[in-house]
Unconditional design. Sequence first.
Lengths: 161, 248
Amino acid sequence: MKKRRGLAVAEVEELYRHGFHRYLRVAEAIAGSPDAALDAVHDGFANALRSRDSFRGDASAATWVWRCVINAAHAMHRPRTVEFTNGMGDSFSPPDPPSTTIRSAVAALPDRQRTALFLRYYADLDYDSIGQVLDMRPGTVAATLNKAHAALRRKLEEVRT
Amino acid sequence: VTTQNDPLVRSLLEAEVPPREDVAPDWGQVLRRLHATQDSAAASRSRVRPHRKRRLLALVAATAVLVGATLAAAAGRGWWFANPDTDAPTSASDVVVVETGTWSGQPWTLTAYRATSGEICMALTPGGKENTGPGGAMSCARIPEANTTSPDLPPIAVLTGGAQGGFPAYAVGAATDAVRDVEVRLSDGRSAQAKTTAAPANLDVPARFFAVQFKCGVYPKQVIGRSEDGTTIGAVTMEPPSRSVICP
């Protein structure tokens, strides 16, 4: 089957309008604040439009857009306390102090487990779709989420005892 | 593979990030951002192509260093940047305290370590080792052993952060051993001065460090390093922040 090339603006806009609140929720979970989430969604879609000619159809348009939004949300999260650097490489900021047990437990998860969790429960994506976004097989997504579930349950048990 | 749903996890997460149905989509925002970045990219291509190239090269190098790298837990145990999530470069030395001080009534600690990549990594942490809250920043840079005029390896590296949680905005940095004073020229026309501090012996790097605070809302435009007799060793020009800072 011949792969498609490029994405139409109307197609990206349709994804934006149809899934806006799901993108916003996942972006907020990653970026850490409602304002940063809104910026991340808009930046992510602007990035998707900017690079739409390089879309090769290896994944679906929705997958492509999800990656753009997630990358933008991560970018919002990292430089939150760092406006710019000079002569230096990437910079890092400490995470916010966890205010709740569950937030602390989620924050302690490895990045891929956390993102898979957000895509499953905030965007309601199935394992196939999560796998496409995170470049994992569906079986690996299942295992990743199982580990995340187990870690969260363990944390809750610790608190109860 | 059948998609599973864990009701307990779903209910736990539900309250953490509630849906925001009150926020309406605004496709115009997307288009405005797209056009703004296209205009800005075109302008920078025409004005500062050589500088842009150097920045890209530096970014590529930094990314290569960061991929898969994690700080050695034993060396950095307890500091927030030792968290594997930060992807901080792997340590080749202990994390040492370079300087401590107090800004706006809040204590801070400047730490540094030598990375296996040869870079010097530095971090400013409000408070001390126990602090995992906002206001901290860390980054890594390669500092030349001797004075250099190479634009790809400036004698000063500057990291800015802060302006959050009651902690002031600041610039911290490392410089070659000859730099004894730095002048940070700010966007409001004022300057902030600082003496540099020698690296602790156990860090084993020929560098000196500095830390200056400045008021929220301005940003450093240039950092000039001078020797003991006032001779300019080197200067780095800073770009404006990509996002505006909301001052308390």
